[in-house]
Design a protein around this ligand. Sequence first.
Ligand SMILES: [Fe+2]
Ligand SMILES: [Fe+2]
Length: 194
Amino acid sequence: MTSRKPTEELEREHRVIQQVVGGMAILIEKLESGKQVEAAVLTDLSEFMQTFGDRCHHAKEEDYLFKLLEKKGVPVSGCPLAVLLHEHEKGRSLMADLKLTSETYIRTPNAGREALIGTLRKLIELYPAHIWKEDYLLFPMANKLLNDSEQRELLARFDQHDSEIGIDVHHGFEQLAGRLLEMICGDASACHAA
Ligand SMILES: [Fe+2]
Ligand SMILES: [Fe+2]
């Protein structure tokens, strides 16, 4: 058995995404209490979700893991892949909304506040439940279905995907998640406690 499982890589990325989603909840509180949110926080947040959340993470799941599971007989139109794919689409749509509502808020904070809060709320409703389904349903199922050589092959595909995007880019976004929390909370521990 390979020492490093591809699903462990995805779970590690989930923890990074969850940190940032935790920061979104703090942002909502700030916006609702009338505090100003810096433009840099919102542009970094949007960039993190689109690049790390979608291009790095969703792409690994859809292009490699889901396709391999389909080959192993898991129907793409059935449970659980259809639901997860639908949630990825919903996530992409919300990421586009986050970019737009952030831009409006940055231009006109008073007019843009409610729409930005609405988008952030939808993101924090979607992601924890999506990640839970993958961590507790999809990944255990994948680890039962995939043999050692398939696991190694999948891990190699993930590594290749990261190097195509740029290992530095991938690590840079992991670090950005921590910086974002510091920018949102003052210090990251406040977000971890939230
Ligand atoms: Fe996913
Ligand atoms: Fe995921």
